[in-house]
Design a protein around this ligand. Structure first.
Ligand code: KG4
Ligand code: ZN
Length: 355
């Protein structure tokens, strides 16, 4: 093991993935492991916080041991321990934070608290080239949908965010309406490949003026009414598009595909339009995409096209680093360390972040 590299140990437990990683110099993944909990939550159709935190408790020690043994790195060669401490499910965050504090204390290394959303905005640099700053970042996940101006990996200014649901949450709800299973995003993505994105004209909520905020609750309701029918609607009102008001069980695979594709197109259109607005406001030549929804095929294609129209460089994480992972936490931790920003053992977990 070369010793001239700065090795950071990362821990991520903010939602339903227990992940540990060792990253060198902020970008090179030496070892990483992600233990998901999909099987535990699937029958509830969403993440159950109590089940998630209990599963993290069981998975965290094996994850730590695995990363250490796979990497061959000795704790004394590490420069710091970075951990997601905000935002996320509080019970889940606490498990990772306690583990990271224990490691930092036992190994005598600095502790670094990382913001989960900022880490998603850095994920495109993991196992890839450095990002050219300044940049405009679009972060779309199960819990967040927001735009940022980024001066560096650690300096982000919020430009706009969702006023109701996150984009990933809308994907999960629509998948559940269509009986496509959990987690919903990949299932809608797959079903949409068989459908026509122009089949149903679902609403695109752009909000007033040049707003950089998002709203997906109207779209979600429109899909619900399309699938189950409008409550109390008079029957002679023509249904909106093929398959409308038929309930998912009665819809053909083609009709399901059309709803999935049309819903996905509505989300992608809004995200593309808002990212374009934000990029025009910041003037930054780099666009960053991050978060679980960054794995979406249609979104990746649409933003690739947008970047080429704008003459900008689009940075997207590799598939593995779109979803929650500790490599992005260790990577971001490296930049905090370089900037001289470390925390002590009083670091707190925060479910939400103000301001
Ligand atoms: O970033 P992430 O792992 O967790 C949060 O920080 O929230 O994102 C998870 C979200 C889920 O809502 C999931 O349905 C969505 O990302 N997702 C996708 C795809 N893969 C995951 N959404 C759309 N298309 C996908 N291929
Ligand atoms: Zn996330």
């Amino acid at each position: 093991m070369r010793t001239d590299r700065t090795l950071v140990f990362g821990v991520e437990t903010s939602c339903d993935e227990t992940s540990c990683a060792i990253v060198a110099d902020g970008r090179e993944v030496v070892a990483d492991t992600v233990a998901g909990q999909v099987d535990l939550h699937a029958r509830f159709g969403g993440v159950v916080p109590e089940i998630a935190s209990r599963a993290h408790i069981e998975a965290i020690n094996p994850a730590i041991e695995r990363v250490l043994s796979e990497s061959g790195v000795a704790p004394e060669d590490l420069a710091a321990v970075a951990v997601t401490h905000e935002p996320g499910l509080i019970g889940s965050l606490l498990v990772g934070l306690m583990a990271a504090k224990t490691l930092a204390w036992a190994w005598g290394k600095p502790l670094i608290g990382a913001n989960h959303v900022c880490a998603h905005a850095y994920a495109a640099a993991i196992d890839d080239e450095p990002i050219d700053y300044p940049a405009t970042a679009l972060i779309v996940s199960g819990g967040h949908t927001a735009l940022y101006r980024c001066e560096s990996p650690t300096e982000l200014e919020l430009l706009g965010s969702t006023i109701d649901d996150a984009a990933g949450e809308a994907f999960d709800k629509v998948a559940s309406m269509l009986n496509l299973g959990f987690p919903g995003g990949p299932a809608v993505d797959k079903a949409a490949r068989e459908g026509d994105p122009r089949a149903i004209d679902f609403p695109r909520s752009l909000l007033k003026g040049q707003s950089l905020d998002f709203s997906f609750s109207g779209l979600k309701t429109a899909v619900l009414y399309h699938v189950n029918g409008v409550p109390g609607a008079v029957r002679d009102v023509p249904p909106a598009g093929p398959g409308a008001g038929r309930c998912a069980e009665n819809m053909s695979p083609q009709e399901l595909g059309d709803v999935a594709a049309s819903f996905q197109q509505a989300v992608v259109d809004v995200l593309r339009i808002k990212l374009r607005r934000a990029a025009e406001q910041t003037g930054a030549r780099t666009l960053i995409l991050g978060g679980g929804v960054a794995a979406n095929t249609a979104l990746r294609e649409a933003l690739t096209e947008l970047a080429s129209k704008l003459g900008a460089t689009l940075r997207m994480p590799k598939m593995r680093y779109c979803l929650d992972n500790a490599a992005m936490i260790a990577g971001l931790g490296y930049h905090h360390l370089r900037a001289g920003r470390t925390d002590d053992l009083s670091l707190e977990a925060r479910a939400t972040v103000r301001g």
